[in-house]
Ligand binder design. Structure first.
Ligand code: FAD
Ligand code: SF4
Ligand code: SF4
Length: 465
């Protein structure tokens, strides 16, 4: 059994992908999960664990799946990762846990993410909620915690704080909860029912949620600090960057944030939705991260004839998950590497009609250890497009800095914290993209957990995990 190849996820047909937003891949069934789990060598040193930002006990949960002991396997995962159905789907496993899997050295790594996804779905289907410690073992701590934002950093912090016995209120600016999980990552990659189920579990533990509440406007930061013993800032990085090139203000040029929010949060892909979305013939997406690939695959599903994704480095440097790049290509997205748009072209009515791009070449490593690029002059070429989606990164919204005037941030508005997610303001903690800039779900969750530990220390509660 240990010599068998990795079990692949089944996929829905191309016809379904072209016309629906159904999830593209299907979760393992029990037999396949057990079969995949038996590929694990149960290594004593467990190098895979070093690759997991929250240190999930991978060999232990996998061995429990192999023994068909699913309930117990769920408890193992949830002890350090409250959102396995989410992480199993969106973690960049090939760069994290699976990258270090021993089986990957002479074959294919154990499908740790797929197994975690299986368990996450099993937990939701069987009503096994939140972290390993159930409501009946909640510690009776004293104190109250306000959590700003409802993305994965905040949900994790809320889960840990409620289990420590504190009163927890989550304030969310939007009308729906989940942060990027709900407004950014498309339904075909992360079904929203899974995020809703995780939030329901927090409600069942006693977390209160206040939606449509923009902290800094609806409630001032100073009021919040008076009303609560501790405050966690998990406001994400929702402010899109633009290229600052000619033509970026034309009609038909969207930030990926706006495009995906219209489609995911406002359900513009459904006929019954009131939210308009441009269904373009030829689409140019600029960028190479998950956001760019989500935008490109969304445009394909909305009926575009051609979707070109322009990325200024090579395929080796693409930061998106390997699986998303593969799926995008299967779905017909054209990846134009070493290409950078330098000008967007207008028709007579101020609508975008095309773009001029230049070719690039790789140069030396940048400060982040990634190859830089240089534009090659006199390599201009033109493409036709009636929709351009700019997905070149985001920064924290300046409202955070404006409203929390004494909070120390860096030049682009990221909140500065120490290694325990403590800010310069007493009783105020921060984590997730608000601190790191656009990063990953699991790193945001790790930060939420670290902040919860610091909050517990402040409120003199004993930390239960
Ligand atoms: P967010 O998820 O951004 O949540 C912040 C929340 O705070 C938002 O709901 C916002 O409305 C709310 N808020 C902001 N200001 C206020 C305020 N003043 N008052 C009240 N509420 C406020 N990561 C991966 O690991 N894998 C992926 O495949 C992946 N794909 C992605 C695809 C897209 C399209 C995007 C945009 C991101 C993707 N990411 C992915 C990144 C990941 O989603 C983020 O790193 C993660 O969601 C950050 O979590 P967070 O809790 O810090 O913030
Ligand atoms: Fe791997 Fe992410 Fe699960 Fe950690 S949380 S084991 S990195 S899939
Ligand atoms: Fe199993 Fe791979 Fe981890 Fe070894 S490194 S315990 S084979 S998942």
């Amino acid at each position: 059994m240990k010599g068998t190849p990795r079990n692949k996820l089944l996929e829905i047909s191309m016809i379904e992908r072209q016309h629906t937003f159904k999830e593209t891949t299907l979760t393992y069934d029990k037999d396949v999960a057990i079969n995949e789990a038996k590929r694990c060598l149960n290594c004593k040193s467990a190098p895979c664990r070093q690759g997991c930002p929250v240190g999930v006990n991978i060999p232990l949960f996998i061995s429990k799946i192999a023994d068909s002991n699913f309930d117990s396997a769920v408890q193992v995962v949830k002890a350090t990762n409250a959102l396995p159905a989410v992480c199993g789907r969106v973690c960049p496993q090939s760069e994290q846990c699976e990258k270090l899997c021993v089986r990957g050295k002479n074959g294919s790594a154990v499908a740790i993410g797929c197994l975690e996804r299986f368990l996450g779905d099993y937990a939701i289907d069987n009503g096994i909620y939140c972290a390993a410690v159930g409501a009946n073992t909640l510690k009776a701590g004293h104190g109250s915690v306000a959590i700003i934002g409802s993305g994965p950093a905040s949900l994790t912090c809320a889960c840990e704080c409620i289990q420590n016995g504190y009163k927890v209120v989550v304030f969310e600016a939007l009308h729906a909860l989940g942060g990027v999980l709900i407004y950014g990552i498309p339904e075909f990659r992360l079904p929203k029912r899974l995020v809703d189920a995780e939030i329901k579990s927090l409600v069942s533990l006693g977390v209160k949620f206040e939606i449509n509440t923009l902290i800094g406007r609806s409630i001032s930061f100073s009021d919040l600090r008076k009303r609560f013993d501790a405050v966690f800032i998990g406001t994400g990085a929702g402010l899109p960057n633009f290229m600052d090139i000619e033509g970026e203000n034309l009609n038909g040029v969207y930030s990926a944030n706006e495009y995906l929010t219209r489609v995911n949060l406002m359900k513009a892909y459904l006929d019954e939705s009131d939210t308009p979305i441009m269904r373009a013939r030829n689409v140019l997406v600029i960028g190479g991260g998950n956001v760019a690939f989500d935008s490109a695959r969304t445009a394909m599903r909305l009926g575009s004839k051609s979707v070109v994704l322009a990325y200024r480095r090579t395929k080796d440097e693409i930061p998106a998950r390997v699986e998303e790049v593969e799926q995008a290509e299967i779905e017909g997205v054209i990846i134009s590497i070493l290409s950078i748009p330098v000008k967007l072209l207008s028709d007579d009515n101020g609508n975008v009609r095309g773009a001029i791009l230049k070719k690039c070449k790789l140069s030396e490593m940048d400060v982040r250890g990634r190859r830089s690029f240089e534009i090659i002059e006199n390599t201009d070429y033109e493409i036709e497009c009636d929709l351009v989606i700019v997905a070149i990164g985001t920064n924290p919204n300046p409202i955070v800095k404006e409203c929390f005037s004494d909070l120390v941030t860096d030049s682009v508005g990221r909140v500065l914290v120490d290694q325990n997610n403590i800010t310069n303001l007493p009783g105020v903690y921060a984590g997730g993209d608000a601190v790191t800039g656009a990063a990953t779900v699991i790193s945001a969750m790790g930060a939420g957990r670290s902040a919860a530990k610091s909050i517990a220390r402040q409120l003199n509660g004993k930390y239960i995990n």
